[in-house]
Each structure stands twice: as C-alpha cells, then as structure tokens.
Ligand binder design. Sequence first.
Ligand code: SAH
Ligand code: SF4
Length: 431
Amino acid sequence: MGKLHAIALGCQMSAADGAELAEPLLRRGLRWTDSPQEADAIVIATCTVRQHAEDRALSLIGSLKPWREADERRVLIVSGCAAERLKGWLQERFPHVDLVVGAKSVEDYPKLVEQALGRRFDALAENLEAFGAARAPSPTGSPATAFLTIMRGCNYSCSYCIVPAVRGRELYRPVEAILEEARRRLDEGARELMLLGQTVNSYRGEHKGRPVRFAELLRLLDALPGLKRLRFMSPHPFFVDERLARAMAECRSVCPQLHLPAQSGSDRLLKLMRRNYTRGELLRKAQLLRRHLPGVVLSTDVIVGFPTETDEDFEMTLTMLEELAPASAYCFKYSPRQPTEAALWPDDCPPSLKEERLARLNEAVDRLTEASLLAQRGRRFEVLVEQGGFGRTPEGYKARWNGAAGLPGELVSVRVTGASRRTLLGERDER
Ligand code: SAH
Ligand code: SF4
C-alpha cells in the first residue's frame, strides 16, 4: 500500500494548500505517513514571499533527489507559490520532480494529477476500498483546529509583494460551500475554525439572494452548533471597519484577536508600498477594535529596509509599534521579488543596516510581548488543548500548565501564574 507525505513551507495558506493537495491522493487509496523516508509519494507546498523562503524550497527539493531516485515508482510533486514563479525552470533544474503545479492551479490540481500521474497512483494504491475518503492530518497539528480557505488570490498590488503575481486575482468560495465545509469539519471533531485568505476580510459572497460581506459570513458561521472558536487570517487593515468590529464583538465564537499587518509606520513608505492606508488610519482602526472588543489582542507584520527607508522612517515604525502595542509581530527584512514593482527600484538599504534595524525591531517586539504576557498574571483563561498540557487562549496566547493535562480538543480553565518568553504559564483550575 502506497504511503503519502506532504510538506508545507511558508504561511498558513500554504499549509492549507498542502493538505488540500494531499486529500485527492488519500482518496485514491494512499495512506498517510508522517515520515518522508517511508513515503512513496511526497507533495511539497512551496513559498516565495521572500527569497529565503524560496531558497528553502529549492534546497528541500534538491535534498529529495536520492529519495526519489532510490525507487522509480516514487512520486514527487512540487506545488505552491515558488512552483508558480519558477515552473519551467524547476522542471529543468530538478528532473527528479514528477509534477510541478503552480499556486494558481490549486483548483485544477486533482485533474492535473489525474492526467499526469493517475496510472502511477493506481499502481501505488492497491486497495482502493480500504482507505477511501481519508483526510490529511490537520496542518495545525491539532485535530481540534481546522483550516478553511474562503478566498484565493489577492486584488491588491503592494509594491513589494509577489502574492498577486503567483496566486492571481481574488476568487471567493460560495457561502454555501464554506458553510458546508465548516459543518463537515465540525462533524469530524473540529472545535475551532481558522478562515484563510490573503485579504480574508475583503470576502464577498451571496446567501439566500442577499449580499454577504466578511462580517456577515462571521455571523453565519457563528450560528453553527459545535463551533467554539472562529479565527481568520490574514485581514487587510483597509477592510477593518465598524461593521467587522461589531460582528467580532457580537459573535460568541469569534476570538478577541486580530492580525493587523502594518508593514511600516512611515506615511511616505506606506504610500510607496501601496498599502492604501496611512499610519493614522491604521492606528484609528486599532482604537476602533479596542473600543468594541476591550482586551482584544493585536499582532502585526513589519518590513524593514524597504527601498529608500531612512533612519527617520524607521524611527516612525518603532513609534507606530509602541502605539499599536501588538502582543506579537513578525518582522522581515525587505527582500526584492521579481516581478514586483519594488524590485525595479534599487534595494538601497545595505544588508548590515537591515540586520541592525531588524534586531532593534525584534527587541522592541520582545518587550511588547513580555509586557503583554505578564499583564495576564492572575487571570483565568479558557484554553483549547492542542496537546496535553499545551493549548491556546481565545486571544491566541500559547499556554502551558501544571495539573491535569487534558485531551486535544478539550476546553480547560487555566489560571496564569507567569510567563516564559512567548508562552503563558499557569495552573489548571479544576473548579
Ligand atoms: N496578505 C497578507 C500578507 C501575505 S505575505 C497581508 O496583506 O497582510 C506575509 C508578510 O510577508 C507580509 O505581511 C509582509 O510583512 C511580508 N512580506 C511580503 N513580501 C515581502 C518582501 N518582498 N520582503 C519582505 N517581507 C515581505
Ligand atoms: Fe501581498 Fe499586499 Fe496582497 Fe497582502 S494585500 S498578499 S501584502 S499584495
């Protein structure tokens, strides 16, 4: 019986793609394995948002050459964003890859696999009856959390970002299809749903003849029995408005957490980045959320060393961060990507300066993270157990505790006594 392994590099969307690509193969009768060495087929979902991510993908593909060549029946499939950007080149550079499918073709993937490799999979899957309709393990690692892609692509054109080029224009899944998948996931044991899309809150659909925006979609999902927690990634600040804040506050399952990717605190750079908001507007959105959802926990993304970034621009990013006061932030060194607009401009911030700014930014973020964690001391949280003794609060804080560990998917009460670097520490509250 053939075995399948999938590896996702990059964002949650890529992890969701990896699982989505694995599922038609599991339905064909392959069985899941956690070990790449044991696998007869491997699917890689690649990322190309920064050069570093692409380099990792290439090195992984290269390192699988001996595995692929050890047995001619084995199958290696490379998919995702880097596959879209490098298609023909990849096939030439790595002849041991059996099939390259770009991120724009995710929807057509089952058909493409069928055309290219159908017979080979039939040979691997000897017993179709026994393992029909299998699911890939949850990309989150926790059976209680299910990813649910609600839209693909991006209609923005941030000057630094390759996503629109490799994922194409926005495409929204119909509301009914989303509700149906959500129900199925809940029936299978999920308690938390993570809605995914590049600008997830620009979602538009229709339900019973009425237009549905993202806020209404949250309300429709919130009404599903069995749903304990609803999260979403990645919202665009432009579409964060009163309507969304109200829906977040009024839906019992929506978590008091929002990722608000700022990218920069300098209006001049925000304009060059084509982000479609100013520093002031971004900070007002954060205030709006805090007004509707007291205690809401924010996180953000920041890029340092963008073309023409001055010391003054960078200082503005630092002060923006203090004002936004996120509990965590992902900070990146600017990486020029072909074929984006910014890649045409000189990458004029020297590597050492990028490094220095990144280190200063990370220091500031570490301080904010620590302050935010320590401020939770003495509070009780309902934690969704991911593995025994480890889970997440509704705000998205990671938590570890002493006392009864709990089972994955269980909701337990934890009293916070302290914090390690990025995790709340506490005692299981048995009351
Ligand atoms: N759709 C999401 C972002 C997807 S990319 C959004 O709009 O928030 C994830 C993050 O990678 C971005 O928020 C940005 O901070 C970073 N990023 C994207 N392109 C980059 C580049 N060329 N160099 C460095 N960081 C980049
Ligand atoms: Fe990239 Fe901007 Fe689209 Fe996010 S909104 S995926 S950063 S182009």
